[in-house]
Write a protein that binds this ligand. Structure first.
Ligand code: B16
Ligand code: MG
Length: 219
């Protein structure tokens, strides 16, 4: 194992609740629909525009708006979301992650972020973790979102490590599929039923250690 590719939301910090809050407010204010609670996990790892389109489909309004109108709604959601995440601090880092980053650094493993979020640099800055990563892949630069492998390939390229020498960590099904399609080893965080395609699954981030990742890689 020469590199580790980190998903952000659900692995480094829990931003899903803030995404859901912002999407729910947008849906209520602009589309007059209430999103079911299941949308919080359904939209994990899904890009901003794809999430917007899923919400329009749910509201049965998919053909009602122009591309510019859809873009304006997505921007409004991001404004609401930014307001939420501006309050993030080091205390919002998920359990075990700071320790894992230290262990990986000691073992000279290159670290890269493979998040669908365009806000990843801002979030890492707020958490005080930006300097711990060697690279952050830019989702605006890749053609296809998760489950396509693009963002994980870009994250591996940015640390100059072959994806086959990397372990990717994900909490979403679409993300695990993306890691596997990139040719990396997938470690899932969450339910082993939902993440059955992962090579190894841990129940929560507190169980992520250098040794767990190394064993997943050698399996
Ligand atoms: P943004 P990840 C994903 O993060 C979120 O899980 C998903 O809900 C969100 O829509 C997506 O980022 C895009 O985020 O609107 O901030 O660009 O899990 O890939 O780290
Ligand atoms: Mg995630």
């Amino acid at each position: 194992m020469q590199g580790v590719l980190f998903d952000l939301d659900g692995v480094i910090t829990d931003t899903a609740k803030f995404h859901f809050k912002a999407w729910s407010r947008l849906a209520k204010e602009k589309l007059n629909v209430t999103l079911p609670a299941s949308f919080e996990s359904d939209l994990k790892g899904i890009s901003r525009l794809d999430s917007m389109n899923r919400i329009l489909k749910f509201a049965k309004l998919e053909n009602k708006y122009s591309a510019d109108e859809i873009d304006a709604m997505a921007q409004y959601k991001n404004k609401l979301y930014l307001n939420e995440i501006s309050k993030l601090t080091q205390k919002d880092i998920l359990p075990g992650i700071e320790n894992l980053l230290d262990e990986l650094a000691v073992n000279k493993i290159k670290l890269s972020v493979a998040s669908a979020s365009k806000n990843a640099p801002f979030i890492l800055e707020k958490l005080g973790l930006k300097d711990q990563f060697d690279a952050i892949a830019d989702p605006a630069k890749v053609a296809h979102g998760k489950p396509a492998p693009d963002i994980f390939i870009e994250a591996a390229n940015k640390i100059h490590v072959d994806p086959g020498q990397c372990v990717g960590i994900e909490d979403a099904k679409a993300g695990v599929e993306a890691i596997k399609a990139a040719g990396a080893i997938a470690v899932g965080v969450g339910s082993s039923t939902d993440l059955s395609e992962a090579d190894t699954v841990v129940a929560n981030t507190g169980e992520l250690t250098y040794s767990v990742l190394e064993q997943a890689f050698r399996k």
